[in-house]
Design a binder for this molecule. Structure first.
Ligand code: PLP
Length: 271
């Protein structure tokens, strides 16, 4: 169900001259609930605002988004849901602020069995026209690379120097010699909100952690454990990187993160 800037409709009317539709000139963000409460709403809003500022787009105030979220909750009565916000330039004819809500069911197999990912052939440039912190489909051509590798849960993207950056919709972590590592922001990544939370939780658990610049592919492929992070699914263990690099699922460090994740999130929500 979509909120089209005015009301909830099944099929939103998108103007043929909407620049988001025609040229991809738009921004978006994705939220989810834990125990029915939006996770890190303010941080997602701030990220949407940063993206909007860069792209010279207007977004509604946070209070308005809270009202829409509450409506979504009442209309659908989903236990947990995912909430996508899309913003395109406002025109005089159409409001171009869309929200899309869908039910989110826990996928236990995903976490217990781990996923298979590949490494995309295509590379990211180190000086993109739009910085990687901006969530826009214009950056997201990266995301469409992944569609052609449909079999894989996500595709890991390297930068022009061949260093590991992130997935097309997730950040990546790996464990080497017991140390939890993740590519540094300077590699050209979206500073994921789940990534930040995993780093915070790892610190709380006194794990040794490093945000590492210039992560080379062999470092990732020879890791003991690998996992992805993204809002919709949280922490997702990787069991294999195509073709045959395999990892323990869940490894000791990933298990420590997973075991404490729900409590960590719940405490944040209560705060
Ligand atoms: N990296 C990219 C390119 C993404 O598009 C996303 C999320 O959509 C992430 C990482 C994960 O970010 P978050 O944890 O905020 O969902």
């Amino acid at each position: 169900m979509f909120y089209n800037g005015k009301e909830w409709v099944e099929f939103p009317l998108v103007s043929g001259d909407d620049e988001g539709f025609v040229n991809g000139y738009s921004i978006y963000d994705v939220l989810r609930t834990y125990s029915g409460i939006p996770y890190n709403l303010k941080r997602h809003y701030d990220r949407l605002k940063r993206s909007a500022d860069f792209m010279a787009l207007e977004i509604p105030p946070l209070e308005k988004i809270k009202i829409i979220l509450n409506q979504a909750k009442k209309i659908h009565n989903y236990e947990e849901f995912r909430f996508k916000i899309y913003v395109t330039p406002f025109t005089s004819k159409y409001k171009t602020f869309y929200c899309f809500v869908e039910e989110l069911k826990e996928d236990v197999d995903l976490i217990e069995e781990g996923v298979v990912v590949n490494i995309a052939r295509e590379r990211k440039t180190s000086s993109p026209i739009i910085p990687y912190y901006v969530k826009t489909p214009l950056n997201g051509s990266i995301k469409y690379i992944h569609k052609k590798y449909d079999y894989y849960y996500d595709s890991i993207v390297l930068n022009e120097f061949g260093n590991v950056t992130e997935g097309t919709y997730s950040n990546i972590f790996y464990v080497s010699g017991g140390v939890l590592l993740t590519p540094h922001i300077s590699s050209g990544i979206l500073p994921g909100i789940t990534r930040e939370d995993v780093l915070e939780l790892a610190n709380d658990l006194s794990l040794e952690v490093e945000e590492k610049a210039n992560v080379q592919v062999w470092e990732l492929l020879s890791a003991e454990e690998v996992f992805l992070t993204h809002t919709s699914r949280g922490v997702v263990p990787v069991r294999r990187i195509f073709p045959d690099f395999t990892f323990t699922v869940p490894g000791v460090v990933t298990e420590a993160i997973l075991d404490n994740w729900k409590d960590f999130i719940t405490e944040k929500i209560e705060d």
